[in-house]
Design a protein around this ligand. Structure first.
Ligand code: MTE
Ligand code: MO
Length: 367
């Protein structure tokens, strides 16, 4: 092949798959082919779906949201009444805590997500804080349980015969932050059944499991919640006072993902290639993304393609002058956030099958 002048050529990456990857039909688990990454706001049809149980069929005429527990005035709210309340719209990235699981070695149980269980949308709804205010928290209140309408038996674990509902809790400090939304619109459209119609929680800065779909009950409690998806699943071992304890997964860890090139991509030597991807973090902003094209020996800063925003993601690129020597090369992307947190190089085994945020190399072939 004749080599072209690097200054004139920008190598197009392989045409990526655009259809969603079906990880399972029932419950529905759909992954976005991250190599096709294009829009800073993920179109609804390209937003991953992660559900533990079949999607419940809820009717806006009969569905109600109940607010109860350690409150002064328990109440119920219809869909119609909810739409009447003052609403806000904000952008938030949701990443499944099991995203990138397929990269773990040895393999672990769970949906084998590649890097497409992540997306960023504009959510419209009512701040959870407004409903807590209306109910009036009693002095003993410590947590807020968010319960979905979906139910079933977790397939992954030996458990009582009884069905259980998907539920997660937020500590009061997080629940009261104005950013936590009860959302009924996604990118200006009514929430779809798969994404939680009629109402879902959006907990920005936390992994997806805290954004409970098909919300039906808000229960304020006077003690910490230890439901199945709080302490058994979506939890990891952490030493507390010298004792290993189950700790609920909460804040999203800082992470950069390479969309292109894809693993195994063949790229010509002596040319110019645009390495491209996205980066996000939890309750902070992305500060920088650094790229290594030499198996981690050195890093150089990527260009952020937009002003990083709290709770959103930021696309980035690096124009790579590809080497003249043919062979396999390992590319790495590493994000750092405004709290000074950066991705580790090594996997922490205590994280089990979740929180996969260490630097993941992408091997390409230069020819
Ligand atoms: N009620 C309910 N809420 C849920 C889930 C669920 O199975 N049931 N899955 C959670 C998980 S693990 C994730 S990652 C997000 C995914 O949201 P999405 O399907 O809209 O992308 O929803 C969360 N909320
Ligand atoms: Mo998830």
């Amino acid at each position: 092949m004749q080599k072209e002048s690097p200054s004139k050529t920008m190598v197009a990456s392989q045409t990526p798959q655009r259809e969603m990857i079906v990880r399972s039909e029932e419950p529905q688990n759909l992954e976005y082919p991250f190599a096709a990454l294009e829009h800073p706001i993920t179109p609804n049809g390209q937003f991953f779906v992660r559900s533990r149980f079949p999607t419940p069929a809820l009717h806006p005429g009969t569905w109600q949201l109940r607010v109860e527990g350690a409150v002064e005035r328990a109440f119920e709210l219809s869909y119609e009444a909810l739409l009447e309340l003052p609403a806000v719209t904000s952008e938030a990235v949701l990443e499944c805590a099991g995203n990138s699981r397929s990269a773990l070695s040895p393999a672990v149980a769970g949906v084998p997500w590649d890097s497409g269980a992540v997306g960023c949308a504009r959510w419209t709804g009512v701040p959870l804080a407004a409903l807590l205010e209306r109910a009036g928290l009693r002095a003993e209140a410590v947590e807020v349980i968010l319960e979905g309408s979906d139910e079933g038996r977790p397939t992954e674990s030996p458990l009582p015969e009884d069905k259980l509902k998907f539920a997660r809790s937020l500590p009061l400090a997080k629940a009261r932050q104005s950013e936590v939304l009860l959302a009924y619109e996604m990118n200006g459209e009514t929430l779809s059944p798969a994404h939680g119609f009629p109402l879902r929680v959006i907990t920005p800065g936390w992994y997806g499991m805290a954004s409970v779909k098909w919300l039906s009950r808000i229960i304020v409690t006077d003690r910490p919640f230890h439901g199945y998806y709080q302490s058994t699943d979506y939890a990891y071992w952490e030493e507390q006072n010298g004792v290993p304890s189950r700790t609920a997964i909460t804040e999203t860890q800082v992470k950069a993902q390479i969309a292109r090139p894809v693993p195994g991509e063949v790229i010509p030597a002596n040319t110019v290639y645009r390495i491209f991807g996205a980066a996000w973090t939890g309750d902070a902003e992305v500060a920088r993304v650094d790229i290594s094209v030499d198996d981690g020996a050195s890093y150089q800063p990527a260009t952020l393609l937009a002003e990083p925003k709290r709770h959103s993601w930021c696309f980035w690129k690096l124009v790579w002058q590809t080497p003249s020597q043919a062979g396999k090369y390992l590319l790495r992307a590493r994000a750092t956030d405004t709290c000074g947190r950066s991705q580790s190089q090594e996997r922490d085994a205590n994280r089990g099958s979740y929180l996969i945020s260490h630097v993941l190399p992408v091997e390409v072939e230069i020819t």
